[in-house]
Design a protein around this ligand. Structure first.
Ligand code: ADP
Ligand code: 5GP
Length: 201
């Protein structure tokens, strides 16, 4: 399969800028890519629409989807459930678009055990201080939720440091620079991977 056709799995700590990069990509290329719209039990944030960012479902519906084997992968994150449905990914493939998944680390592990064979791209913050500032600045999380997400971020970064987990790393320091690299990866062009910063501040 040509590398352009392989799905792209985007992961990285909450607040690092994944949605921001994706939004730009989909605005610049409205027909090339298909976002794997996940199911989640978390409440929509202001401006989020059912079927666009997520399928927002109650916990009992999520459980019943698990029982029906509807998910390629699913995980608990910060007190809510998230999952990638087989049907959604198939739909994107049928449209002839490159499928892009935005998932956390437990999902990455499960995808590695599946037949999907994607390219794995990790988006790293330049520092933990910057990540904290972005999570707080987004204004969508309570203080407790920011703390939870930062604690999970440390685990995600530890996992990303393991060899062969990700094919590529982009440090989202300057957004324009990160976007140019991200666009190349999405279009199947070669880039030189960034080096994961120490992130121990
Ligand atoms: P994620 O989808 O990874 O959780 P978001 O895309 O929601 O993260 O970004 C979190 C916040 O950080 C948003 O308010 C966004 O505007 C901001 N942000 C994204 N990239 C950058 C950047 N390179 N520099 C500064 N702020 C950024
Ligand atoms: P948020 O609540 O900020 O939208 O997302 C929280 C985390 O859940 C992010 O790291 C995001 O990548 C991840 N996520 C979103 N959808 C899925 C999914 O379908 N599966 C998994 N495993 N993680 C997901």
């Amino acid at each position: 399969m040509a590398s352009f056709a392989r799905p792209l799995v985007l992961s990285g700590p909450s607040g690092v800028g994944k949605s921001t990069l994706l939004k730009r990509l989909f605005a610049e290329f409205p027909d090339k890519f298909g976002f794997s719209v996940s199911h989640t039990t978390r409440a929509p944030r202001p401006g989020e629409t059912h079927g666009k960012e997520y399928f927002f479902v109650p916990a009992d519906e999520f459980k019943s989807l698990i029982a029906q084997n509807a998910f390629i992968e699913h995980a608990e994150f910060s007190g809510n459930s998230y999952g990638t449905s087989v049907a959604t990914v198939n739909q994107v493939h049928e449209q002839g678009r490159r499928c892009i998944l935005d998932i956390e680390a437990q999902g990455v592990r499960q995808i590695k055990a599946s037949t999907l064979d994607p390219v794995y791209l990790f988006i790293s913050p330049p520092s933990l201080a910057a990540l904290r500032a972005r999570l707080q600045g987004r204004g969508t999380e309570t203080d407790a939720s920011v703390q939870k997400r930062l604690a999970t971020a440390l685990k995600e970064i530890e996992y990303a440091k393991e060899p062969n987990v990700h094919d590529l790393v982009i440090v989202n320091d300057d957004l324009d620079r990160a976007y140019e690299l991200f666009k190349k990866v999405a279009l199947g062009e070669q880039i030189t991977s960034d080096v994961l910063p120490p992130l121990d501040d």
